[in-house]
Design a protein around this ligand. Structure first.
Ligand code: ADP
Ligand code: MG
Length: 258
């Protein structure tokens, strides 16, 4: 299937202990899934494992996309296949502008998909970038700034969303650091994500707080507690969580749906 990303019985650990204890989750294009859970549940670990972070060992399970187990691919190959994992490039790169970085990233992806692709020209790219920046409500001078160099939390997040817009991935996994965002930055990031929603793209929005979900109405909400998905439902699940907290799932974990 080319239109699903399927996480099957995923177990992952660090040297010390097991963190993911059998995660099952199927994302389809056109859908926005939110993954919520208390601190330490393993949400970021899931994002890191999907991106191929070396700190985590997968001991069981698979993640299927386009007929492949992506866990066997290196992070770049996963990106070139059509996955977008925020935090791929978290470091500041003084001397490299946002525009140059994004053009290089887009050309790397295009050339991985087709070695004969000559890459996008500077002029063509400028047009594309201007269009995406307008879509996301970013001011034009942003493109000329050095990547993540002195960026605020909000600007880093906006850069990620811009990167996503330029790379046009089929599935995007966003590990929100909503706690670092003020309300304007949060709205801008949510607006950007909403602008990129569509039948050709699926999202996994990982968040600790319901706050961002008031702006991005997800189609499905999943609750991760202690390395397992303990509940799945519609957006009302996030409302219930807000009202009642995670306590009910901590005390009586149910087995995840197969
Ligand atoms: P969440 O994002 O849901 O808050 P994390 O995935 O960050 O949870 O962490 C889950 C648990 O695994 C925590 O107890 C955390 O301390 C531990 N953990 C995560 N990454 C590492 C790591 N690289 N080394 C050691 N322990 C880790
Ligand atoms: Mg986290």
């Amino acid at each position: 299937m080319t239109d699903t990303l399927e996480i099957r019985n995923l177990h992952a650990r660090t040297e010390e202990r097991e963190i993911l204890k059998g995660v099952n989750l199927t994302l389809r294009k056109g859908e926005v899934h939110a993954l919520m859970g208390p601190n330490g549940a393993g949400k970021s670990t899931l994002a890191y494992v999907l991106m191929g972070h070396p700190a985590y060992e997968v001991t069981e399970g698979e993640v299927l996309f386009k007929g492949q187990n992506i866990l066997e691919l290196d992070p770049e190959e996963r990106a070139h296949l059509g996955l977008f994992l925020a935090f791929q490039y978290p470091v500041a790169v003084p001397g490299v502008t946002v525009a140059n970085f994004l053009r290089a990233a887009l050309n790397a992806k295009r050339q991985a998909q087709n070695p004969d692709d000559p890459g996008i020209s500077v002029l063509e790219f400028r047009k594309l970038l201007t269009e995406k920046m307008r879509l996301l409500g970013l001011s034009p001078d942003f493109a000329g700034r050095y990547l993540n160099d002195g960026f605020s939390g909000g600007e880093k997040k906006k850069t990620e969303v811009l990167q996503m817009a330029v790379l046009d991935p089929e599935f995007a996994i966003l590990d929100e650091t909503d706690s670092g965002l003020d309300i304007d930055a949060l709205r801008a990031v949510a607006h950007g994500i909403n602008a990129l929603r569509g039948p050709e793209r699926g999202f996994l929005v990982i968040t600790h707080y319901k706050r961002i979900l008031d702006h991005i109405r997800p189609d499905y909400v999943h609750i991760l507690v202690d390395g397992r998905i303990v509940a799945s439902g519609g957006p009302e699940l996030a409302d219930q969580l807000e009202a009642e907290g995670y306590k009910q799932w901590r005390e009586e974990p149910v087995s995840p749906a197969a």
